[in-house]
Design a binder for this molecule. Structure first.
Ligand SMILES: [Fe+2]
Length: 596
């Protein structure tokens, strides 16, 4: 990767760097199996068959039956595309407008209009990078809008001198409220794109974007594994383009806040492979030189949102990978060397502890702040997942971050990675030596999260324990909604990575594989799993409470898209993307306000 910083930006990715040869293959060995059985080609046919509808989304009652959103047409020249919003330093007063264009834009800018009829122009910073495999140059633009009024609707338009558009793209957004005020946000991860051309993409991805828009949240959390460009190594920037244009139907109207997943780690694109991600997104500054954009925090109303890059702490090796037998050879002009089979891009520990130190500072400050009640963490990989067909849990997160979540009473942890839905009981502390080696049966330390209750009430006090949600239910072609059961005792069972699964030779000469999780444990922390589908969306309504020192609550509703799986898990018959989302479960978190 080479990067071109035409103008200074505090959020810019790191400068051109030397990167060890990398290549990608898959999420995990189990995910490879799903893809290699041919299910992905089946899903692609279904996508083609089911991709007829189009139209604008109206305000929608529950249950939802969504119309497929109008796909942004591929543009030419400097016409803006892949338009998305992200919060600035203070979501009540600042937001960033970002977009891309096939060719460099001249004088890219945003025209902002406020409710009183006043308007102003904000210049955009241009950031570009050269994809390390294809050699394609990607042009992006970022305009920071600051000094806005809280809780206010603004309209904006995007222009460039050479944009070629008869009418500029225009949309509206709302800034966050100031002080303790109710608000809604939504979340899922693992979105992919609706284009059947790409590995792991599936038509449900378009309906997922429509689902976000139907709930009209203040903002959306996108929990990593955005589009799986790394699994399409010769076409990474094309995959990102389809992803950005799909998201635009919602992300141009409200902030979509991402975190990196293992599939944002790409060949030759920066020291952690995050060059494409970092170039495309403008995110709140974490203040750590050289590592900006990888993790961050922002505050809305009485809630602090902490977005982490778990790639830094997980044991699992699931980034870019060349399985073989052939090498991966970058295009002439891309500047990279041929990547031999058996190469994986493994970045555990890349921040040298800086992320965890930042996390502790951030959590400590939040719990000392009597205007903050809720702490909600977003990351991609999982501390508590019992998917049998997916990746499972990772000891690295349990070691590095769960003690901090306990100490500072993190309320919610929202993840992705396994393409399903799972909710934990509130957990605090751990059960020692509760795991066993998957191969030998010998006891293994998995630091199993300890449930503070196993009564599945509909209301939980999250000051007593942290609730983990797996929300890898966005829109991939590979749902992973089959869950582990211990055949010996009938209890729920989770796989746990307790060591790195680096590539190892297989029986086929020149072909390498990465093993699945090495340990198992009874998942006593698992409260709810959804075996009916791997697709859905979580909707969170934050109620700040009325009385100083009184109770505040978050109502959580999970809506799922039954029948959307490429193969229906109940019937075994072929499924297809579906516009219908119905409620699966509702629960409420409560805690005392911190201003008592
Ligand atoms: Fe993942």
């Amino acid at each position: 990767m080479s990067s071109d910083q035409d103008e200074q930006s505090t959020d810019s990715p790191d400068a051109a760097d030397t990167v060890a040869p990398q290549a990608a293959r898959s999420e995990a060995s189990t995910a490879v199996d799903i893809l290699d059985t041919g299910d992905s080609s089946l899903s692609r046919r279904q996508v083609l068959a089911g991709a007829g509808g189009a139209g604008l989304l109206a305000a929608t009652p529950i249950p939802l039956t969504l119309q497929r959103p109008r796909q942004q047409r591929a543009s030419a020249g400097a016409t803006p595309e892949q338009i998305h919003l992200t919060w600035g330093r203070d979501p009540a007063t600042s937001i960033a407008v970002s977009w891309a264009s096939p060719e460099p834009a001249v004088r890219p800018r945003v025209l902002l209009s406020g409710p009183g009829g006043g308007s102003r122009v904000a210049s955009a910073v241009r950031r570009s990078y050269t994809d390390g495999i294809s050699g394609e140059v990607v042009w992006t633009y970022h305009a920071q809008l600051t000094g806005l009024a809280p809780g206010t609707v603004y309209s904006y338009a995007i222009r460039a001198d050479n944009d070629g558009a008869a009418e500029p793209f225009s949309a509206t957004f709302r800034t966050a409220p100031r002080g303790r005020a109710p608000f809604r946000f939504t979340s899922f991860g693992d979105l992919a794109t609706p284009s059947p051309r790409w590995v792991l993409s599936y038509g449900q991805s378009a309906y997922a974007v429509a689902a976000v828009e139907s709930f009209q949240p203040l903002f959306h959390l996108l929990n990593g594994d955005l589009c799986y460009a790394d699994l399409n190594p010769a076409h990474q920037s094309e995959v990102w383009r389809d992803f950005g244009n799909n998201c635009q139907a919602s992300a141009a109207h409200r902030a979509w806040m991402p975190c990196p997943g293992n599939h944002e780690i790409e060949f030759g694109n920066g020291p952690q492979g995050l060059g494409s991600y970092l170039t495309r997104y403008t995110l709140p500054d974490n203040g750590v030189p050289g590592l900006r954009g990888r993790w961050y925090a922002f505050r809305v109303s009485s809630a602090l949102f902490v977005s982490l890059d778990a790639d830094d702490v997980v044991y699992q090796d699931a980034g870019a990978f060349v399985a073989g037998p052939g090498p991966l050879t970058p295009a002439a002009g891309a500047g990279g060397d041929t990547i031999p089979p058996g190469t994986s891009f493994y970045i555990r520990g890349y921040s040298g502890g800086a992320q965890t130190a930042w996390l502790e500072r951030t959590l400590a400050a939040a719990r000392a702040d009597h205007s903050i009640d809720w702490i909600i963490v977003q990351m991609h990989q999982d501390a508590a997942s019992s998917s049998a067909t997916g990746n499972g849990s990772d000891l690295g997160i349990r070691q590095a971050w769960l003690p901090l979540f306990d100490r500072y009473q993190v309320d919610l942890v929202l993840c992705g990675h396994d393409h399903d839905y799972e909710r934990s009981f509130p957990v605090r502390g751990f059960d020692a030596m509760a795991g066993r080696d998957a191969a030998t049966g010998e006891p293994v330390q998995t630091l199993r999260p300890h449930p503070v209750t196993t009564a599945d009430a509909s209301v939980f006090d999250s000051s007593e324990g942290t609730v983990h949600l797996i929300l890898g239910c966005g829109g991939t072609s590979a749902p992973l909604d089959e869950y582990g059961v211990d055949a010996a005792d009938g209890l729920r069972q989770a796989k746990v990575f307790t060591r790195a699964n680096r590539p190892a030779p297989t029986a086929t000469p020149g072909v390498f594989a990465r093993a699945g999780a090495d340990a198992l444990e009874d998942a006593t922390w698992s409260a709810m799993r959804d075996p009916s589908t791997g697709y859905g969306i979580a909707v969170f309504d934050v109620h700040p409470g009325e009385v100083r020192g009184g109770m505040t609550s978050i109502t959580v509703r999970y809506f799922h898209a039954v029948g959307a799986d490429p193969v229906n898990p109940a019937s075994g018959r072929a499924g297809a993307p579906t516009p219908t989302y119905t409620e699966f479960e509702t629960f409420t978190l409560v805690r005392h306000r911190s201003d008592g």
